[in-house]
Design a protein. Structure first.
Length: 196
């Protein structure tokens, strides 16, 4: 992961990720261009994690997913970025939406063809277990969000964003113990929903 202390030097001034996000939120049009090189590797890892769960021969590549997600993030002019964790969580959500939109666009004739989801992994949310249809998972997450929005957010952060328990706790302004409890409950809910 990229360290918050990572910075670039532009015209003799060094700006880190947090400062660039704040500048972007304040309307600095060039801040996002400075930000991309600093977060690109992390975004690429998130994209690769998403695509590793997709069916073989998926038409989107990690680089294309990163660029489309970043374009959508740049288009969100009302977001007040609260730091790297907030940015990464939002990027992971945007990538998931892109993949769901892509799956819906291809029609669902190939349902069941490919997202590997482990709902049994306590500490490693991306460990493979069984194939789950991305659209069914998205529907299950929507149902979870209607019942327990914080649990759905934790699934996004942990599973799709790859954040640790501690990073997730910081992102949702909660304790690690509460995040662990919600993560466990959310996994149980999703297992039931996907088994039906």
């Amino acid at each position: 992961m990229i360290d918050l202390a990572t910075a670039v030097t532009i015209d003799g001034m060094s700006r880190g990720i947090t400062e660039l996000l704040a500048a972007w939120s304040a309307g600095d049009a060039g801040a996002h261009a400075e930000l991309l090189p600093q977060v690109y590797d992390e975004l690429r890892r998130i994209a690769a994690r998403h695509l590793a769960r997709e069916r073989p021969g998926h038409t989107l590549q990690a680089t294309a997913l990163v660029h489309e997600a970043f374009e959508r993030l740049v288009g969100q002019d009302r977001v007040v970025w609260q730091g790297r964790v907030h940015f990464v969580a939002t990027a992971a959500h945007v990538m998931r939406r892109i993949l769901v939109d892509h799956a819906r666009g291809r029609q669902t004739a190939k349902r069941g063809g490919g997202l590997t989801l482990s709902l049994d992994a306590e500490h490693e949310p991306a460990a493979p277990a069984r194939d789950v249809d991305l659209l069914r998972l998205d529907d299950a997450l929507a149902r979870l969000a209607a019942l327990a929005p914080e649990q759905a957010r934790i699934v996004e952060l942990r599973y799709f964003g790859g954040l640790s328990i501690e990073e997730t706790a910081a992102a949702v302004d909660s304790s690690p113990a509460t995040v662990k409890r919600h993560w466990s409950l959310a996994r149980a809910f999703l297992r039931r929903e996907l088994a039906a």
